[in-house]
Design a protein around this ligand. Structure first.
Ligand code: C2O
Ligand code: CU
Length: 439
């Protein structure tokens, strides 16, 4: 097969005695042949939509709605998604956030494909190998695309489907804002009728393009069953705990419906959320007192993983996140840097297929950064020098607060050219973007 270019940027590696294994093109693309088990068509189009608050906004939509339609299928299925761009002059793509698809299906304009221009179509094909809660969004000028509404939920069910009596609710939050100032739709209360005894799964997805969102579930003890799509091992019951979710991240929350109302507040309370009750009635509480913030590091119980903190790592990288005043696009602006550089001057991380990679992420800046690695899931090894001793915690979008230091590890098992960037998309656009590259 044709080899992915592997002789650039790495004098040290070329000098090594070991021959570099050629990467075959088949490992970079989804299955080209065969009838898809499930197919979808998403048409990107501009549309004036009315938010739940009554305000109208000029949105960019998939199929005339934002969030776009939920794509739901089962693990192991061959999925085909046809993207049509009707009238978005800036171009669009589809990126499957958190789903580790082959590189050519990853939907990154300028890296894995060209943006799809008005009148054009593009077909993605891949087999979903993970189960869990994900989302999709355009990855052509992601900041503008996500801000204007080009995103939707994506759920991969187990082969056998969800248990039939589960009430499965996707909660995708997005506050319409204007480059940093929230002016948007943060008033919407949904009422859902649920019979007592019903197992409930809430799939929380934060698609805001810059802000952290908080979620408070009151009226039942609950578990965080999954983080970024991966199930936790023996998660414990939680009560009076607030879940803070970084942009791009997902928590699956499960509980058994009691015979009294359960409420999910999004944000400070009282205005945005879901009321679940046996009769579909009730209000959102306005205040929540004495809530602890959920800490995934020490939650759940240990379980075996393919590698851990004691493994031998073939490569170790350091990623220093910072912000500094500098020139960007010819103007003096706040730059968001990785290892002192702004994209495209950020050096790539080079790996080979089969390697085990450890990365230390250090935030020296003034604001938090949700770091998103495409095509791979990172196992969190430690946070601020303390071992992550709860359930093995896999993430694709890691919330790194100012002053924090995380050690994460991943298996380099998905060849290609991958983005690694802050999912505060304004930061990504202002420099905090880099590539992971297989040689
Ligand atoms: Cu959700 Cu590179 O993006
Ligand atoms: Cu950031």
């Amino acid at each position: 097969g044709t080899a992915l270019a592997h002789d650039h940027h790495s004098g040290a590696v070329t000098a090594s005695a070991e021959p570099v294994k050629e990467i075959s093109v088949d490992s970079l693309t989804g299955p080209a042949e065969g009838k898809a088990d499930v197919s979808f068509t998403l048409t990107a189009e501009k549309k004036t939509i009315t938010l739940a608050s009554g305000r109208t906004v000029e949105a960019w939509t998939y199929n005339g709605q934002t969030p776009g339609p939920e794509l739901r299928f089962k693990k192991g299925q061959l999925v085909e998604v046809k993207l049509i761009n009707k009238d978005i002059e800036e171009g669009v793509t589809l990126h499957w956030h958190g789903l580790d698809v082959p590189n050519a299906e990853d939907g990154v304009a300028g890296a894995t494909q060209n943006a799809v221009m008005p009148g054009d179509t593009y077909t993605y094909r891949f087999v979903a190998n993970q189960v869990g809660t994900f989302w999709y969004h355009s990855h052509q000028d992601s900041q503008e695309a996500v801000e204007k509404g080009l995103f939707g939920p994506l759920v991969v069910e187990p082969e056998e489907g969800m248990p039939p009596n589960t009430k499965d609710i996707t909660v995708m939050t997005h506050i319409w804002d204007n480059r940093g100032v929230t002016i948007g739709d943060n008033e919407s209360i949904q009422h859902t009728k649920i019979a007592p005894g019903t197992p409930v799964r809430l799939r929380l997805i934060n698609t805001d393009d810059w802000v952290r969102q908080s979620y408070t579930l009151l009226g039942a003890s609950f578990k965080v069953a999954a983080i970024d799509g991966t199930e936790l091992h023996e998660p414990q019951d939680l009560k009076n705990v607030r879940l803070d979710l970084i942009t791009g991240g997902r928590y699956d929350v499960t509980f058994t419906m009691p015979d009294t109302p359960v409420t999910l507040n999004v944000g400070p309370g009282g205005k945005l959320g879901i009321v679940m009750s046996p009769d579909g009635q009730g209000d959102l509480p306005k205040h929540e007192a004495n809530l602890q913030i959920f800490d995934p590091t020490h939650y759940g119980t240990p379980a075996a993983t393919p590698f851990d903190a004691n493994s031998h790592f073939d490569r170790e990288f350091t990623m220093v996140l910072d912000n500094q005043l500098g020139f960007f696009d010819g103007k003096l602006a706040l730059n968001y840097t990785i290892n002192g550089k702004v994209f495209p001057n950020t050096p790539m991380f080079m790996v080979r297929e089969g390697e085990l990679v450890k990365t230390t992420i250090i935030n020296r800046g003034a604001v938090e950064h949700p770091m998103h690695l495409h095509g791979h899931h990172m196992l969190v090894l430690s946070r601020n020098g303390e071992a992550a001793d709860g359930s093995p915690w896999w993430t694709d979008t890691l919330d790194v607060a100012p002053g924090e230091v995380y050690e994460v590890a991943f298996a380099a098992d998905n060849p290609g050219l991958w983005m690694d960037h802050c999912h505060n998309l304004a930061h990504a656009a202002a420099g905090m973007t880099m590539h992971l590259m297989y040689e």
